[in-house]
Design a protein. Structure first.
Length: 299
């Protein structure tokens, strides 16, 4: 399909962090520009609780693309307005609200979702971090799915694995976020014109093989470790997977002297022992792990 035809595709983009903006950037490279961006409302952030727009809103504002920021997708009048437009397609990327069937079915060619896992593996809210937690280097990839009313259940239009070298594994969650987002955007940019040209036959997922991952909470980042005697072997590797997976959010930590000590960087030694490099004690700046113990005057 020509770039001119791509520019004629009328689609709405429903997106959130951390994937939305990198995916939009990849679509923009091939002339695919949404006619509407749907994102979360501005939220108050920081010590001064200043209203802050989500990054996807900033992206759309810079390009003068209309923006809709609903608290819910249940307002019938607003949904009637959405449905009154002759949409070719909806695209959903990390949008944290459930789209009802009445919304999914609005566009002529349906609603596509970029899901950062090899579906039916890791359906749910945290597929990227769960890929790392579950040590799934060889099954790391992205699926482009035609949405239905069930969670991550619809037929697959295309999916591909991401090659990650063994020596680079485990990646941090933030790095894998970026890899998945860019790769997913490239894949979506290929799929959209082929899908509209009816060159793709959807393939049903093998629902019997489905696995699931839930939302990540702050307390899930706790490691039950003794800072005097760090783990070795399989226990050390499991701890490293968790440290890397939870980079950025919620971050891993251990409790020491009734204080939360965040682990910022760690690796495994050649003999398989967990080596913590830097930490952030509660109320202090990031420091070397050994420096922390010196501050504590530990024996």
């Amino acid at each position: 399909m020509s770039k001119v035809r791509q520019n004629e595709i009328k689609f709405a983009f429903f997106g959130g962090e951390p994937l939305a903006v990198p995916v939009l950037n990849e679509l923009e490279k091939v002339g695919l520009k949404p006619s509407l961006v749907v994102c979360n409302p501005d939220r108050r952030q920081g010590r001064k609780m200043v209203p802050t727009p989500p990054p996807v809103k900033v992206w759309a504002s810079d390009r003068k693309i209309p923006i809709w920021q609903p608290e819910t997708l249940k307002d019938e009048k607003e949904l009637e307005i959405l449905a009154s437009v002759n949409w070719d397609l909806f695209v959903v990327v990390a949008y944290n609200k459930i789209l009802p069937k009445s919304v999914i079915d609005i566009p002529k060619y349906g609603t596509l979702n970029v899901h950062p896992s090899m579906l039916p593996l890791l359906r749910g809210a945290s597929p990227i971090r769960s890929t790392i937690l579950n040590d799934m280097r060889e099954n790391c990839g992205v699926s482009i799915m035609l949405m239905d009313e069930e969670m991550d259940h619809g037929p697959i239009l295309r999916q591909e694995k991401i090659a990650i070298a063994k020596e680079d594994w485990p990646l941090s969650g933030l790095i894998l976020d970026n890899k998945m987002a860019s790769f997913g955007g490239e894949l979506l940019a290929q799929v959209i014109p082929d899908w509209l040209d009816k060159k793709i036959q959807p393939v049903a997922q093998d629902h019997d093989q489905a696995t699931y991952c839930g939302k990540i909470s702050k307390e899930m980042g706790q490691l039950q470790i003794d800072p005097y005697h760090l783990p070795e072997g399989e226990e050390a590797y499991s701890a490293l997977l968790k440290i890397r997976a939870y980079t950025g959010w919620p971050e891993t930590f251990f409790m020491h002297n009734e204080k939360r000590i965040k682990i910022k960087q760690a690796h495994l030694s050649e003999d398989g022992k967990l080596c913590i490099e830097t930490v952030t004690p509660a109320g202090k700046a990031e420091m070397n792990f050994n420096q922390y113990f010196n501050y504590q005057n530990l024996d």
